[in-house]
Design a protein. Sequence first.
Length: 236
Amino acid sequence: MSVYTPLAPEEIVPWLGRYPVGALRSLAGIAEGIENTNYRVETEAGTYVLTLFERLPAAELPFYLELMARLAERGFPAPRPLADTDGRALGELKGRPACLVTFLPGRPILVPAAGACAQVGGTLADLHLAAADMPRAPENPRGRSWWKDAAARVAPRLGPEDAALLEEELRFQSLYRFPDLPRGVIHADLFRDNVLWSGGRVSGVIDFYFACRDTLLLDLAIAANDWCTGPDGSLD
């Protein structure tokens, strides 16, 4: 369970009082996710998600919150951050950066069919278009220079066959000029557990905390490597 920071109801009540959501009715940890601590918060006004950021520093978070707000305003099914009485979407709780966002209905599909993959492709296109004019988007911190550093750390732990495969892939990628590809804001983490479904349709896209500016094709590759993978790990 990815609740790294425990919270009791009495600890959240004063903090929640800064938001226009009414009195707290219930607080429950959310097991999904590996990066941050998330709670489902029921109040008089509705249901929300409280996120405490365990890894990202506060200085890097405004972009992600602004991106979600912009997408939600444009009709994309992203969580909408709530502003407190001072007009700020980012606060602090138990020594960690924290935010409150709208709760989106639905559940992930763990075994998608081709029709679901088609919907995800359309949803990803909608995201790219809605975020095309997003200002101050950070470049992907896991770009080509990161690949080389990460490969150097990982290679000694690999067997000869896997190490050779990794080296060959880096050589292959070095043959191409990525700046020539169309670029924009990408989700960069659109795995099955980050897409919610209700009534056979996409009802929400969550976990935008890897979003950045990079080639749009990378977003398609990340999605295909999860959505188009069979039970045995092979790509369909």
